[in-house]
Write a protein that binds this ligand. Structure first.
Ligand SMILES: [Zn+2]
Length: 229
């Protein structure tokens, strides 16, 4: 769990979107929704390792993150977010034949850029090769960032818990454990030392897939309550 604290990105806010989305698309697995909301942060560590994108340790870059996002247009530009959203939704639609789910999945992928736009200082590219960078810089304030992310997370957990019910005991415990783990990782993120290297960030980033598996596991032990559509 500890290395996960090296990622230093918006975290709870994206998971909040994945959890809340369940209410809109009850037949979609929480695992899929978490992947959608976190898609570009799940791809980013791989692109870092491959040298396609670059990050530098820079304590004080903003109050919240000690990272300077030097080059990440393929995962984090607005244009590429649209491409990722369309691709992931198309794949989902092809395999699941559930149009409502495909639309929600696409929106969740896009929500990632919007939330990063809110938090990052102006370092988010508009498109690869187009140098204009944007960001509203919520990360300049730790207090406001934490308040916003915790409120979003509480809302997401509440919506997910209310729109599903446990089919067995595990359904409650596995969800409770997930919430606790995310909060611990978040605290470690904020309070821990800066990551030792860009490589450590990339390695830690891959550990996020464990959380995706965990979300899939939760979904196997809970069913949607209102089975509309
Ligand atoms: Zn991101």
């Amino acid at each position: 769990m500890e290395p996960l604290s090296y990622t230093r990105l918006m975290f709870l806010g994206h998971f909040a979107v994945g959890l809340a989305a369940k209410k809109l698309t009850p037949y979609t697995s929480l695992g899929t929704l978490v992947v959608a909301a976190q898609l570009v942060d799940l791809i980013w560590p791989t692109f870092l390792l491959l040298g396609i994108e670059r990050v530098r340790i820079d304590p004080g870059n903003t109050a919240v993150t000690p990272l300077a996002f030097e080059h990440y247009p393929w995962t984090h530009s607005l244009a590429m977010s649209v491409v990722w959203a369309a691709s992931f939704a198309a794949l989902y639609g092809f395999f699941r034949r559930y149009p409502r789910g495909a639309w929600v999945v696409a929106s969740a992928v896009l929500s990632h850029w919007l939330l990063d736009f809110l938090t990052h200082r102006p370092d988010l590219p508009i498109a690869p090769g187009f140098e204009r960078e944007v960001g509203l810089g919520l990360w300049h304030s730790v207090r406001v960032t934490v308040a916003v992310e915790l409120a979003m997370f509480a809302g997401g957990v509440w919506l997910y818990a209310r729109s599903t019910e446990a089919v067995d005991r595990l359904g409650t415990y596995v969800l409770g454990g997930f919430v606790a783990a995310l909060l611990l990782i978040y605290a470690a993120n904020l309070l821990g030392p800066p990551p030792p290297s860009a490589r450590a960030i990339a390695m830690a980033g891959h550990a996020q897939w464990v959380l995706v598996l965990w979300a899939m596991w939760i979904d196997r032990h809970r069913v949607a309550i209102r089975q509309w559509q």
